[in-house]
Write a protein that binds this ligand. Structure first.
Ligand code: TYD
Length: 212
């Protein structure tokens, strides 16, 4: 059976990921390619309930390891119920955040280190992305783009936390250069879009655009 294509979008809060994901929807819609768009935390009914617990501003007392395990639990259900079955049917799956978010936010941001990789390797059952777009934007600019009243529990963290997350992302991208595409997200959104489209064009050409 043909294997699908697994694309993830990563980046700091406020880096314009959602806008670029909307452009990706347009890209695949225009070409009539059946593509699954999903997100983390969430993506399944159980995952969405976990998401509500994690992001709830009222849950300020949540300890760091519980947070990391909840993200991994949401991911495990997501991989099992949606991502793996779709990929084995040869579909394209585009996920707003995945394992690299946990490594960056919980591993580097919360400073839980390698434990985060270990629990996530259990959660993803070998299902690593084929390509990961990293939207690079300084946390200062990213945070200033999100109004205070809309900031969730993670977004409300101090700038030092977000700086560690950003440094973490850059380190991960250096460790896996064959998987990561780093995109300068400080430019106009159409310029960023065209750069991402260019990479997707190449990806589809390489696999003969046959995953429908
Ligand atoms: P979300 O509203 O989806 O943020 P965004 O629109 O920026 O993607 O909230 C997800 C938040 O959870 C975001 O601050 C990043 C954080 N996060 C982690 O800390 N670890 C993870 O594994 C994931 C998937 C997200």
């Amino acid at each position: 059976m043909e294997q699908g294509l697994f694309i993830t979008m990563e980046g700091p809060d406020g880096s314009g990921k959602s806008t670029q994901i909307a452009y990706l929807k347009e890209y695949f819609d225009m070409r009539g390619i059946d593509t699954i768009f999903t997100r983390e935390p969430g993506g399944t009914p159980i995952g969405e309930k976990i998401r509500d617990i994690i992001l709830d501003k009222a849950n300020g007392e949540m300890c760091d390891m519980a947070e990391a395990l909840l993200y991994a639990a949401s991911r495990s259900q997501h991989v099992h119920q949606l991502i793996k079955p779709a990929l084995s049917e040869g579909k394209i799956v585009i996920c707003d955040r995945f394992i690299d978010s946990s490594i960056a936010y919980q591993g580097y941001g919360r400073q839980l280190g390698d434990a985060v990789r270990v629990i996530n390797e259990l959660a993803i059952e070998g299902c690593m992305p084929d390509i990961t777009f990293l939207m690079e934007l300084s946390p200062e600019i990213g945070k200033s783009r999100i109004k205070l009243e809309y900031q969730d529990r993670l977004e409300l963290e101090k700038l030092e936390f977000h700086n560690r997350v950003f440094d973490g992302y850059q380190e991960i991208a250096q460790i896996y250069p064959e998987r990561f595409v780093c995109v300068n997200a400080g430019r106009p959104k159409e310029v960023v879009r065209d750069e991402i489209y260019h990479h997707i064009d190449r990806l589809l050409q390489n696999r003969g655009a046959s995953c429908r």
